[in-house]
Design a protein around this ligand. Sequence first.
Ligand SMILES: *Cc1c(COP(=O)(O)O)cnc(C)c1O
Length: 425
Amino acid sequence: MSHNAELFERAQRVIPGGVNSPVRAFRSVGGTPRFITRAAGAHVWDADGRRYTDYVGSWGPAILGHADAEVVEAVQRAAADGLSFGAPTEREIEMAELLVDMLPSLEMVRLVSSGTEATMSAIRLARGFTGRDAIVKFEGCYHGHADSLLVKAGSGLLTFGNPSSGGVPADFARHTLVLDFNNLAALEECFATRGDTLACVIIEPVAGNMNLVRPAQAYMERLRALCTEHGVVLIFDEVMTGFRVGPTGAQGLYGITPDLTTLGKIIGGGMPVGAFGGRRDIMRQVAPLGTVYQAGTLSGSPVAVAAGLTTLRRLRAPGFYASLAARTTALTEGLAAAAARRGVAFSAQAVGAMFGLYFSATPPQGFAEVMGADRERFNRFFHLMLEAGHYFAPSAFEAGFVSAAHTEADITATIAAAEAAFAQL
Ligand SMILES: *Cc1c(COP(=O)(O)O)cnc(C)c1O
């Protein structure tokens, strides 16, 4: 039995499903998860000693590549000075100043330890600020696992949602309205009938948790205008897109200013850091200044923040995003060309350094099209690539990520392996 299989068996005895986050269990694609023993640059190694070119990047944080020497050194130096104090540090101010400087929509920011905490806190803040309970999210967007966000659409277009997880009271889900992403008519109708009762709209400005779906520019502009008109707090959940699609996130890319932004993943550089921030008048409602309670024993952890700060500073190097985007586009264009040579209906697209792969002739525009994708074909492709040493997300419904450590040779090798895989589909 392989070491991976042995570890998986052992893990399942004491950890539900053998994993600490469900997608790691390979349930969507089947087979045995690879237990990772180490990672460096663009590569990870599993318990059987096999090396993979990694396009998961810890689900986004590893934008510099794994175990970047400067980030690791910053962590080691910070750790030597103490792991956590439960009292403020100067490094937290540096981190907040840097974030406020990088994202023009942030006037104040608070650090937390995960993306889930960031979105949960931003929603509580929007409710406290507006004095309204109802929130809007979009089908297929993921914002972490807070109760009011684990909700799927109700039976009618404008009926409130149903829990998408056990353990979420229907009473909570009743405050969440779930709309169809990129559907302008549904958005208009929602605001016309309920606009003045909504606390906030939360959206992934480039959806990356239903494969990758780009928003229509006009849709985002209309969303911004409707929120302003009705006094609704617009929350951009940039936990994935923040500093992934470009130096000013999706908000910079689309030229839209949200009221609040949630961040995570990249801003921790591989350590647990999240953040929420935005308009000063809203952020001043957060305790201890205001009445909206939010706290965290390990928030602003000096070690985690050291990793985040070092990572974010590196992103400001001239040309960083241009070369990263060029490499990501080389991957998506190379894969699409290889599929075309093999007669496979396939498309791919990149936004900055995130990408989507689709077993359909054109990229999807919304949730229904994503769900209509040929999942079996993706699963076969995934396993052929894994066997050949190329590690894509183990699900047809996740975006992929390229890091600054991926070389042209890595990308070329992946495209060659994909061409062989397409030929076998
Ligand atoms: C990953 C993710 C989250 C949740 O972040 P965690 O750190 O896993 O809690 C929230 N929103 C988006 C858009 C994400 O991609």
